[in-house]
Design a protein around this ligand. Structure first.
Ligand SMILES: [Zn+2]
Length: 376
């Protein structure tokens, strides 16, 4: 690469870094307790900064105390006085006598602690047993799927709460971080067979996963990542794998005479989105689906980089949705950059570089270091 190009790359990396930094410093500390999305903001920012090779543990360790404070242990009012634990998104949500921890904030917090290399916390403070027990209670016994939190009155998963593939993924990712690897280990806390049956029931006729037989790239990535963490991708038939790969490849917008131009069924793509991915049929390309589709493809085939021409995806992200003025990525080339798309835009690029663990959505090196130190 010529010197000018290298310097430009550095300037943009610095702009992205500043973009994520601004989000971490967004709210004055006196207001932080009121922001229920704060744990997600910390997670997305730290993923972005870790990808950019910022020394997150050294630079942002002042967030440790804040995250640790959100870990809540509760003794339930049942005949066994069951102890459960997890994270709340905000301290105003820590209401006495109510179980307010939820699995999404728990996963955001655990992954943020891993990125901060707070290994002491995993070794001596975090109670993996009660945390896994909380996850266990979020499973709906009849459906096998998961909800995000427990019912205030019954302290069990409420059958009226929404349950979908996202929550299944979150539940399994938490157990994986807590050390579960084999089916026997997962079975200690959840009904793994029933969960796999639920995931298989979300398969769509022409490949991919989604609710009510409508394939969706986000749900597909959640389903495949969950199966990968459970070491159960082999449950999928060759035919379904092939159909899913084909469906995913057709989500890539192409003006080079392949993919969507071959079958003219997709009329809403924009040719200048070449290389980007859409989340569903007949939708415009969107930065985040580059990550969801590429993550799905890399779980299904080792030839994914050749099949979908990742160079074109890189060009789409860098030339079309990257904001070269403010740093960050936007959903498309019209909106302002936002934290979610900035995180996933960088994640897609890191995945293409082979440096990202798509199943857990953190840099591979970060997770390897955690596993080595915490022997999980
Ligand atoms: Zn998006």
């Amino acid at each position: 690469m010529c010197q000018v190009a290298t310097d430009m790359k550095k300037v943009l990396a610095r702009k992205h870094e500043k973009f994520f930094e601004r989000h971490l410093q967004l709210l004055p500390s006196s207001h932080q307790g009121h922001d229920v999305n704060r744990m997600a903001i910390v997670f997305y920012s730290m993923v972005g900064l870790s990808i950019l090779d910022v020394d997150v543990p050294a630079k942002y360790n002042y967030h440790l105390d804040w995250i640790r404070k959100h870990y809540i242990k509760k003794t339930l009012d049942d005949k066994n006085s069951t102890v459960i634990s997890g994270f709340v998104g905000s301290l105003v949500m820590d209401i006495p006598h109510a179980t307010t921890v939820n699995i999404a904030n728990t996963l955001f917090a655990l992954l943020s602690l891993i990125m901060l290399k707070d290994y002491e916390y995993f070794e001596s403070i975090l109670d993996r047993e009660s945390l896994s027990r909380f996850v266990s209670r979020c499973q709906l016994p009849t459906r096998g799927s998961f909800v995000s939190c427990l019912d205030y009155n019954t302290n069990s998963a409420s059958p009226v709460d929404s349950d979908d593939l996202r929550f299944c993924y979150i539940a399994v990712a938490i157990l994986y971080i807590c050390g579960c690897r084999s089916t026997e280990e997962f079975d200690r806390y959840i009904d793994t067979r029933k969960l796999i049956e639920y995931i298989m029931a979300q398969r769509c006729c022409g490949g991919a996963f989604g609710a009510h037989n409508e394939p969706h790239a986000g749900y597909t990535s959640c389903a495949l990542s969950t199966l990968a963490l459970l070491s159960s991708l082999a449950e999928l038939s060759d035919k379904f794998r092939e159909d899913t790969i084909t469906w995913l490849l057709h989500r890539q917008v192409s003006c080079h005479g392949c993919m969507q131009l071959e079958d003219d069924s997709n009329t809403t793509y924009d040719q200048s989105d070449d290389g980007g991915f859409q989340g569903r049929e007949n939708k415009y390309a969107d930065t985040c689906y580059a990550f969801w589709c590429l993550n799905s493809l890399q779980l299904l085939t080792k030839d994914w980089k050749l099949l979908c021409q990742t160079e074109r995806t890189k060009n789409y992200l860098l030339d079309r949705t990257q904001n070269t003025l403010t740093g960050g990525f936007s959903k498309n080339d019209e909106d302002d950059a936002d934290l979610y798309h900035s995180c996933l835009g960088n994640a897609a690029l890191a995945l293409i570089e082979g440096k990202f663990n798509g199943e857990l959505c953190i840099p591979q090196e970060t997770f390897d270091d955690f596993c080595k130190t915490c022997h999980c």
